[in-house]
Write a protein that binds this ligand. Structure first.
Ligand code: C5P
Length: 293
């Protein structure tokens, strides 16, 4: 049986992530820039009489297809809130985005599930309705409904769309070990700042200069990621030593991304770092998000 619909959904990096403070609800107040990148998961949606079924077709690591999976959570939420418990769907997931990497893979899949089901059931939901469901699923999920480039505030779920900057070649480098997002936030090593760097980054993007953008990268969680996994600091050092325009831990890590002056330079840097046994992707910044394929 052919799927009714197939979508691709990108990974993200955070060129700027500022922690502003700790909130009474246990979350951290953030000002952060989201940037979609050309590394994609794919979801295919099939007709089913009732309920939700998930099949993981391909994944770089074992992935539970139980209720801890954000695709299942998102699909169940959609059927309950929008379909009144009626209707059914089978979803096949092909993962390229590594798990627990700081690249937003799970959040991206959750957003693609919501948007995909809106297309699949032709429910024509308003953006605000999708955004509200996305925010229930995780702080990073609302960004992926939009894609491209955006400022996130609150716990990261309040999204202001920005015009994307120039297309920049990227190298993503991930060590084998993952990092737990709560552990990074709770390590006591996060650096608090006032949000000016994140808000000012819009002007940096407007210069169109990959060099200036590379020099303006900042992540207040980076010292926490270095503290919990020393290998991450070594990756950043090697990326900078290899001639990257800038390098930074993405989100809560442990992936480090580097900006390069050209695709060729990115390939050259990737070649060097692959030799160290790390998982390496050559990608680029994109101005799009979830798309039908
Ligand atoms: O929202 P999400 O489920 O993705 O968050 C995972 C964990 O990351 C939270 O339980 C919290 O420990 C931490 N977090 C935080 N502040 C944020 C976002 C996430 O402390 N703004």
């Amino acid at each position: 049986m052919n799927p009714v619909l197939t979508v691709q959904t990108p990974a993200k990096i955070n060129p700027v992530l500022e922690v502003l403070g700790k909130r009474p609800d246990g979350y951290h107040e953030l000002a952060l820039v989201f940037q979609a990148v050309s590394l994609y998961d794919e979801l295919a949606f099939f007709k089913e009489k009732e309920g939700v079924r998930l099949e993981v077709i391909r994944s770089p690591h074992p992935l539970p297809a139980d209720d801890s999976n954000l695709v299942l959570k998102a699909a169940k939420l959609f059927l309950k809130e929008i379909m009144g418990g009626k209707g059914g769907v089978r979803i096949q997931l092909k993962k390229e985005i590594p798990l627990a990497a700081g690249l937003g893979g799970g959040s991206s899949d959750a957003a693609a599930t919501l948007k995909g089901l809106d297309w699949f059931f032709q429910t024509g939901l308003e953006d605000s309705r999708l955004q509200a469901m996305a925010a229930q699923l995780g702080s990073d999920v609302p960004f992926f409904l939009a894609g491209g480039t955006a400022l996130g505030t609150g716990r990261g779920e309040k999204i202001t769309l920005w015009e994307s900057g120039p297309e920049i070649s990227l190298v993503l480098v991930k060590p084998d070990a993952g990092l737990s997002t709560p552990a990074v936030y709770q390590s006591g090593k996060a650096v608090m700042t006032n949000g000016e760097k994140a808000k000012g980054f819009a002007a940096v993007l407007k210069t169109g200069s990959a060099r200036k953008i590379g020099e303006s990268l900042y992540n207040g969680l980076e010292p926490a990621a270095f503290f919990l996994l020393a290998e991450v600091e070594e990756i950043k050092k090697q990326l900078l030593d290899s001639g990257a325009l800038g390098a930074l831990v993405s989100g809560s890590g442990p992936t480090v991304f580097a900006m390069a002056e050209s695709r060729e330079k990115a390939e050259e840097i990737a070649w060097k770092l692959e030799g160290e046994g790390w998982t390496v992707f050559v990608t680029r910044t994109i101005s799009t998000g979830i798309e039908k394929i």
